[in-house]
Design a protein. Sequence first.
Length: 614
Amino acid sequence: MHRLDPGQRRRPQVLTAIELRSHVTELEPYRDIIEQGLFELFGFLGSSGYEVTFCNGRGVTTLTLSTTSKGYLPSLECPGSLWIEEAEGTNGIGTCLWEEKPISIYREQHFLKQYAGNSCAAAPLHSATGEVLGVFNIATRSASMSAGAHQVAFNVLVRMTAEIEQRLFRYHYKDLCLIEMLVSPGRLAFVATHDEGTVVAGDRHAQELLGLPNPRLEGKSIWQFFDRNRTLLQPLGTEAVTLFRTGSGARIKSRAIFPVRASRPVGVSDVAPKESRPLPPQREEGGLTLEEIAGRDPGMRRNVDLLRQTCDTSLPVLLLGETGTGKDVLARAIHTASARAARPFVAINCAAIPETLIDSELFGYLGGAFTGAKREGRRGRIADADRGTLFLDEIGDMPPGLQTRLLRFLENSEITPIGGGKVSHLDVKVIAATNVSIVRAIKEGRFRADLYYRLAGVAISLPPLCERSDFESVVSLVLRQLRRFPLLSLPDATIAKLRAHSWPGNIRELRNVLTRAACIASDGVMRPEHVFFDLEMNAGVASGEVDNQISSQHALATSSRERERALIISVLQKNENDVVAAAHALKVSRATLYRRLKELQISPGRARRIRIEP
């Protein structure tokens, strides 16, 4: 159809930074939701060697995350690269957009031979009103990625994209009453109604459940589909009720989520004492409280006590900890517990925004400030957080030039958009987070010492999962967060298998493992055979069979036990007990190396722990 030569060899077209900027700004106002979904997908699949990208409806790669330490994928899917089927043949992004449905392309299924070593999958993301906003795409060049393992990754992608679509739906109709219905184990549907039950719209699952598309649903009463139950639409009720489908009598567990009607009067200070707040803190849907995050671990409880005492002060907060320890979740909980809870929470990942765009993204620009700028200009993300909370994730990876501008803002709370114009004075609570050693970054000249001291008004170190004393509580908490998999249960044997793992990826890895297992556990019971820790090493996972043997392609598996132990100790010593660096040198995943350390009874010490010198 597209008259392509399967043997052609050329790189995809890449847009200029100015052209890309216009595509990125088109994602507003859903940018935060899409970015959060991108990072969750990367958390689920990045450790298995997948690059995760989001492309808009025209096939332009706008956001991308990759596991650079494994080097599985050449930098083809860089920001601005164009992946339409007309130019690149059968591929995840282009074919998904062409057919408007989830697509999995495994190796030689690509039309162009130059991509025959790639495995990719893509799922379309629909807006609340039904149009395709773009696609989430995962891709890898890992030679050891089996077709079965890739299928499991595809299942995770489809499930996650459906969840992100529901977030878009809930955001779009946040000013209406949302009725959440449990259609089946692991499947939720949402209907937006007026308070008296008049339907405005339903998401795709709700349209399927009710048997009507949105144009025919609008204006109908919810009680045309269910036997009337007055308890459901009582604003003070939060518990789920059982609705009975009219005609069939099918039981649907449901609850109503009402919008917050009140607003804070203009001029009321966001740092007022808690007793005089116009609004109580509003807990984000699916979010966690400080108390829940603390659990029963003594160290975390001390952290939370300190945060409670300082959350309503102007002191910046710096969250330190290994990747996956829950810094972003804690940042949102701090915001929710503060007097700023009814104000914006703006999260920015300093490592995700292309360096050519980050200056205008943070500080905004005037109309006509540069070629391709929007005529009306653009408020920066920092200004969006005025009177609220600004969360700077991965602050340790911020480019040095931007560190200077950020330091200036922290010192005087003023910003000037690109192109000049009026200086804006902002009232912003700043929370920053990083998983790198700030001390090492300062010594190497990658991070400004004065910026660190400005950010570390309150420095909190989060313990790794393996050091927490309340492991089972953390598992229960993560399970409650998996709202797209309700009614999951874990036998004791499954808990024992989870407890025996070393968890190098911490709570994020735990969430990923539970999510992948839930994709396989279709009956709502997560058994030990559903749990695996390294996606690409398990060829039989699609059928629930787990192969726990290490890939024969790795050097570690071909060595004798004694030689292997000596090799690992030697590499660890050369890398100063840095497990991540050692795994990279050995060309194995970090999870694989942690398993071998445990099996060979090697203790690397507190490798990769964050250490802040006084």
